[in-house]
Ligand binder design. Structure first.
Ligand code: HEC
Ligand code: HEC
Length: 257
């Protein structure tokens, strides 16, 4: 009888240890983790990172009064630090627009509706620079993706697209980024496909581009018709990728080959 207590305690302790050991390890890797040390060093050096030029342009825009309202972002929002954490939780459901939108669309909403300024074309330097500058304020912060019915529906739609085979090559996003991540495709390592670094400076573009531009590259890579910028499919994919990467840290501006 005297043995019972310690045995039970030991048993409990070993069960707890087993449960702990069985807790799945987080095997998620940002594209950054798989880059060469040389490229990682460029991303982390604020002066060597080519995206620094875009950030400077974005900062200038933040402070410039423009549009029919003659207001700057700063006039209403104050310092850029007020944007800390914002990029980490977009796409999000916007109550005013009654829609799930991404950060680019939110900025454009303020630009058109509150500044009364024109909307620059998608992927234009001006548009990407401001998004990169705003997103950069959240660098190092963990991605959060709020449980919210409209956002959840968008995440679910994105998850369906992610698993759907597409294009002449007939491959799904998941077949490359879940099943073949870490393997090589025509000499290129397949990353897990996380949105952590966006907007990124990509050498192939010789420019900073958005996550949507990256996704369009993947879609044309499998010879599928790329979804239009700002389309519900694009927003759904972005919402799904952010939910899949929840807890990972934002790196904006990332550098990619
Ligand atoms: C045929 C395989 C393949 C398919 C299918 C594919 N991708 Fe990719 N994807 C890649 C490769 C390879 C890269 C990295 C390319 C490079 O670095 O040049 C990449 C990059 C990415 C990245 C950027 C990751 C980073 O760290 O910057 C994201 C996000 C992504 N893909 C998402 C998707 C989504 C969403 C789909 C489906 C719409 C998709 N991909 C379909 C192969 C694929
Ligand atoms: C006239 C005032 C005004 C101007 C100018 C303005 N904004 Fe806003 N912005 C707001 C208000 C008010 C909100 C909150 C309500 C909403 O989401 O529409 C907001 C919301 C935002 C959000 C979402 C924040 C969050 O926490 O979800 C972002 C991002 C943003 N603005 C960026 C910008 C940028 C970048 C500019 C400059 C291009 C800008 N805004 C110009 C008033 C303004």
């Amino acid at each position: 009888m005297i043995m019972r207590k310690p045995v039970a305690a030991l048993l409990l302790a070993s069960m707890a240890a087993a449960a702990f050991a069985q807790a799945p390890a987080d095997t998620r890797r940002s594209g950054f983790d798989d880059m060469s040390p040389a490229l990682q060093a460029i991303q982390m050096d604020d002066f060597a990172n080519p995206a620094a030029l875009w950030l400077a342009e974005g900062e200038a825009q933040w402070n410039t009064r423009t549009g029919s309202a003659g207001k700057s972002c700063a006039d209403c929002h104050g310092t850029p630090a007020t944007m800390r954490g914002v990029a980490a939780r977009f796409p999000a459901f916007d109550t005013t627009l009654a829609n799930v939108i991404d950060l680019d669309a939110k900025i454009d909403d303020c630009r058109t509706r509150r500044q009364g300024a024109a909307s620059p074309p998608h992927e234009s330097r001006a548009r990407v620079a401001l998004e990169a500058f705003v997103a950069h304020q959240s660098r190092g912060m963990p991605i959060t993706s709020a449980a919210e019915p409209h956002l959840d529906a968008s995440v679910a739609a994105g998850a369906r697209i992610f698993r759907q085979r597409m294009g002449q090559i007939d491959l799904s996003c998941a077949q490359c980024h879940d099943e073949r991540a870490g393997r090589h495709l025509a000499g290129t390592a397949i990353p897990q496909g996380h949105p952590t670094g966006y907007p990124v400076y990509r050498s192939e573009w010789q420019a900073v581009g958005t996550l949507q531009r990256r996704l369009r590259n993947c879609l044309s890579g499998v010879r599928a018709q790329p979804y239009a910028f700002g389309s519900p499919e694009m927003i759904a994919l972005e919402a799904f990728l952010m939910r899949r990467a929840a807890g990972m840290k934002l790196e904006t501006p990332g550098v990619r080959p």
